[in-house]
Structures are given as C-alpha cells and as structure tokens.
Ligand binder design. Structure first.
Ligand SMILES: [Zn+2]
Length: 252
C-alpha cells in the first residue's frame, strides 16, 4: 500500500512519518507508522514495521521510504521502542539479511534482556519470543543497548515507559522550543483514551502498563505537547486533550 511520507518539522529536526500499512484483527484496523528523524548528520528511524510475512496489509515501509528517495542504506540508526513483531520484524529483509545495512540499533538494555533471556510463560508469549529472537539475535553486533533516560542526539531522549513490555521506551524530540513525543504502544487506538482500563493482549505487565499509560497520557494532556502514535490512523499525529474530565484525541 503506497502512502506518501507526512512531513512534520520539530525545530532543527525534519521528521517524516512513514506508513508500514495497517494491522487488522477481527474487530479493528490499526495504523502502523514509523517516524524518520532527519538530523542532517543522521537519519534515525523509530521502529521498522512488520517486514514480510506477517500480514499482507503491512510490510510496506521500505517501499514508502524509497518512494521519497530514502534508501535503506541511508538510515544510520534505528530506535526500537520495544520488541513486538510489528516494530522489529522489518529489521530483516525477505532473504534474512539486514534490511538496513548501514544502521546501528538502539534499544533499552532492559528490553533486550527481556526478549533474549526471559523464559516463555504461555503459548502466546512463546510465539512472540520466537519472532523477536529471529529478528533481533542475528543483529546483536549492531545493537547499542542503553540505560533509560538516554539522550541519543541533542534534545532526542529515550524515556522509560514500562508495562506494555518491561523495557518499553518512548521518544521525546525537543528542538528550538518545539516538541514531539512518540508514545509507541502506550495506547493502540483513540478509543482506549475513553476506556483507560482497557488492556491489550500484548501488555506484558498489565498493572504497570496502566500506571505508565495514565502518567504519560495525563502528562501529555497537561503539557499539550504534540504526539506521534504508532498505531493510530496515518500519520498518527495530534494532541491529547482533556475534555469534560475525559481524555480525547485531536488529530492534526
Ligand atoms: Zn505495536
């Protein structure tokens, strides 16, 4: 599915949202968006989409990057917010080689440890673990594992947002008085703002996920900072507002 990149500057950083397509379950259709931060000296991609072989509605990130003249080899850093299939399976190409040959990967130490070392507890988790290990382990030498609250470029910070997964991170971009907060999978659709107790099947630590969600979303509603939401309808950019005591999504 071809979708043009959506351009959104944050101070000195030229940001572009690219679609990987959509994810469909029996009830809902979710967006699947990645963010490119063009920082003159670096091209940083946040999450890599599904790659081939997950859902035919997704896996279009590379095609959409190339349509804007961005080659995979141009991307020199990739931040993975967490290790779920829909964020990491684009790391490998169809032949099992590195899809982004010049990129180093950045994720939290805690997230890496979770996916690599933690024993499976259920059949569902076993399935998720096997995907993550397939996509991540062959690239171990390319990973820089960071502590939480790491600044990877001036004003580009990785911050802990545990619960959805233990080492889940959100990315805050600040430059010249402008901000954009990439909330990853803190929530998956605007409906969840109205039902804050809703848990995704994918939330690994449900109680912690609810705490983090409440802290992050209320903070964003208070600050009014622009938000990039990975799973909202493309391009997933907007604000979170307080409206009549309830949080609501206001797309740009
Ligand atoms: Zn996701």
């Amino acid at each position: 599915m071809m979708e043009k990149g959506f351009h959104y500057d944050v101070g000195e950083y030229k940001c572009v949202v690219f679609s990987d397509g959509t994810l469909v379950n029996d009830k809902e259709v979710f967006g699947l968006n990645s963010l490119l931060i063009d920082a003159a000296d670096h091209k940083i991609l946040i999450d890599t989409g599904c790659g081939d072989g997950f859902q035919s509605t997704a896996g279009h990130l590379v095609q959409n990057l190339e349509a804007e003249g961005i080659k995979c080899a141009d991307i020199d850093r990739i931040v993975l917010t967490h290790g779920h299939i829909d964020h990491v399976s684009g790391t490998l190409d169809a032949a099992g080689g590195a899809a982004f040959p010049g990129a180093r990967f950045i994720t939290s130490e805690k997230e890496w440890e979770y996916w690599v070392a933690r024993p499976e507890k259920s059949e569902f988790q076993t399935m998720l673990f096997s995907y993550a290990r397939k996509d991540l382990l062959p690239l171990r030498d390319r990973f820089d594992l960071v502590k939480e609250n790491t600044e990877i470029l001036p004003g580009v910070k990785l911050m802990p947002a545990p619960g959805h997964t233990p080492g889940n991170i959100i990315v805050e971009i600040s430059s010249r008085g402008q901000r954009l907060v990439c909330i990853g999978d803190i929530i998956h659709s605007p409906v969840e703002l109205v039902n804050p107790e809703y848990l995704s099947l994918f939330d690994v630590e449900p109680e912690q996920a609810l705490k983090t969600r409440s802290r992050v979303l209320n903070g964003l509603a208070q600050s009014g900072a622009p938000v990039f939401a990975c799973h909202f309808a493309f391009p997933g950019l907007g604000h979170i507002n307080h409206s009549g005591g309830v949080l609501a999504w206001q797309a740009f």
